[in-house]
Structures are given as structure tokens and as C-alpha cells.
Write a protein that binds this ligand. Structure first.
Ligand SMILES: NCc1[nH]cc(CCC(=O)O)c1CC(=O)O
Length: 309
């Protein structure tokens, strides 16, 4: 192996930095390499800079990835570490997701200030979130709840909650665990009733297609069950054309060679929905996700995706 350090690209949020550090630690352990062999390069992305509007409004794909991908393509970086959930379904030419680390918990967590659970929140309570999926899933269970746009890093959102801006907020349990903040959680939401976003809880590594040196390095940390589950979930998103304005949820679970996927699309008010379940072998993960996406898209019909945009 070469002696020049690998350049790892990441965003600068505390969660992104924790994920880059976890990636480096796993690579050091897998290859018995010293820390000096990995240089963590921090870049700011559009998604980091615009924090006062919902992401669905800023539009465009790759708000959290574009700047990193430019530097990957130009050879400035060797690979980039991302939250898979923030990855666009279609990547720039020449780049691919080459590895997934073992997935964290996939569930959403409620952090309640005035009550500990979604069902116990007071009548007309406010919940802070910028996610259309979380908004729709909250309204599906509690149509009386008002949703306030909440953006910024995990720490910023928890501070806004503390300051009393809202009664509760929702965050990925995975991110809270990675930041060692899981003690704030008052309720973990069951995926059967409150399904996570496709790819939630999984760290992925993006690199140049055909970079043998990087492929060899990353192979040792790639977790196949996560790779298959998230590939299935991303295929579901892609088949739905991943419009940022459609609340989409879904998760795949691997059990030995078997994979089961549950998907859901709903209107932002949570009052209308289409769900799908498929299962098969892990080797057909992508095909299963694609089929599930096509199934709900056909069931919903073209009108469904236009009713609110
Ligand atoms: N878009 C923000 C984002 N991207 C990934 C995570 C959490 C970690 C993960 O899902 O892997 C979060 C914050 C959140 O949803 O609470």
C-alpha cells in the first residue's frame, strides 16, 4: 500500500465529522494502519449553508454532496463519507457508492418536551421537523398536530426544542447515538407505524469507479447486509423518481439470504397513502426495491404526485 495518506472528504457538521472518524477508525483497524494514513478534509455544502428553508423548497438534488463530489471527480479527494439518506438517487458520472458501514438503528426518535410520546402530546401541539415524511407520518397519527420547520444540525434542533419553540422534535436515532446524545430520546417509533426514510442510519462511502487502490482499501469495511438493504431502499426511491416533495418511507430487513422490504408513500397531510411489501433473496435486492416502487407508483396513479406541488 502507498505511503501518501488517503484524503477523506466530509461535511463539517458534528454528525458528519463523527461519521468520518468512525470510517477512519474502521479502516485503521481493518488494515492495521496508523491514523496519519488518513487525512480528513472538511468541506461546506449548500445544504449546510442554507438553514432557514426546508430542503424541499431549495430543490435540486445533492445539496449535501455536490461540493464533495466535485473534489472526488477532480482527484482532490480519494473518497467521501456520507449519510446514505442524504445521497441523491443518481450519482455524477464516474462515481459510485463503493461501501456501506454496518447500519445503525433505523428508527426515528421523538424528543418530547411537554410529553414523552406522539400520542401523549397535548391537543394542537407543535412538532419541529423539516422532513415531509415525518410531517406526513405525524399528521397521519395526530392530524391536530402543527408542524414547524426545523433545520440545522442535530445540536441546533435540540437547542431550539429546549428553548421552547415546539413541544417535540423528531430525529434519526442513529444520528443521536453517533453523537452520544441518545439520552434525550423520549420515544422510539416503531418502523411498522412510523417507517424511516430509505437509507436512514447507514453511512456510505463514495469513490471513483475503477479506483483499484481505494476499492481494495474499502472492501474490508463494506458490510454486505447493509449494502443489500440500502441498495433495495434506494432502488425504491429511484423508481418513484425521488421527488423531494413526496413523502416517501421504506426499509428493508435482511435475514440470512432473505430480504423483506416495506414501502410507503403518502400525501403531506398524511390522509392518503399507498403501501407495498415485497420479499425475496438478497441477491435481487435492487430488483425488489424497483418493483416495489413501480407497484406503489402505479397504484397511486400520476395524479397522486401532483396534488400538492
Ligand atoms: N438530513 C439530515 C440527516 N441526515 C442523516 C441524518 C441522521 C443519520 C442517518 O440517518 O444516518 C440526519 C438527521 C436526522 O434525520 O435526524
Amino acid at each position: 500500500m502507498q505511503t501518501k495518506p488517503f484524503r477523506i472528504g466530509t461535511r463539517g457538521s458534528p454528525l458528519a465529522l463523527a461519521q468520518a472518524a468512525e470510517t477512519r477508525a474502521r479502516l485503521m483497524a481493518a488494515h492495521d494502519l496508523p491514523e496519519e494514513m488518513f487525512e480528513i478534509v472538511v468541506l461546506s455544502t449548500t445544504g449546510d449553508r442554507v438553514t432557514d428553508r426546508p430542503l424541499s423548497e431549495i430543490g435540486g438534488k445533492g445539496l449535501f454532496t455536490l461540493e464533495l463530489e466535485e473534489q472526488l471527480s477532480s482527484g482532490e479527494l480519494d473518497f467521501a463519507v456520507h449519510s446514505s439518506k442524504d445521497m441523491p438517487t443518481v450519482l455524477p458520472n464516474g462515481l459510485h457508492i463503493s461501501a456501506y458501514l454496518p447500519r445503525e438503528d433505523i428508527r426515528d426518535a421523538l424528543i418530547g418536551r411537554t410529553a414523552p410520546s406522539l400520542t401523549a402530546l397535548p391537543d394542537g401541539a407543535t412538532v419541529g421537523t423539516a422532513s415531509l415524511r415525518r410531517q406526513a407520518l405525524v399528521r397521519r397519527i395526530r392530524p391536530d398536530i402543527q408542524v414547524t420547520i426545523f433545520r440545522g444540525s442535530v445540536g441546533t434542533r435540540l437547542r431550539k426544542l429546549d428553548e421552547g419553540h415546539v413541544d417535540a422534535t423528531l430525529l434519526a436515532f442513529a444520528g443521536l447515538k453517533r453523537l452520544a446524545r441518545e439520552e434525550v430520546v423520549t420515544e422510539l417509533l416503531d418502523p411498522e407505524h412510523f417507517p424511516p426514510a430509505p437509507a436512514q442510519g447507514a453511512i456510505c462511502i463514495e469513490s471513483r469507479i475503477g479506483d483499484r487502490r481505494v476499492d481494495t482499501l474499502l472492501e474490508a469495511v463494506n458490510h454486505r447486509p447493509t449494502y443489500d438493504a440500502v441498495s433495495c431502499e434506494r432502488a425504491f426511491l429511484m423508481a418513484l423518481d425521488g421527488s423531494c416533495r413526496t413523502p416517501i418511507a421504506g426499509y428493508a430487513l435482511c435475514d440470512g439470504d432473505h430480504l423483506r422490504f416495506s414501502g410507503l408513500i403518502l400525501t403531506p397531510d398524511g390522509q392518503k397513502e399507498y403501501s407495498v411489501e415485497v420479499d425475496g433473496t438478497r441477491t435481487e435486492a435492487e430488483a425488489l426495491g424497483r418493483r416495489a416502487g413501480e407497484t406503489v407508483r402505479t397504484a397511486a396513479g400520476p395524479g397522486f404526485f401532483e396534488t400538492w406541488s
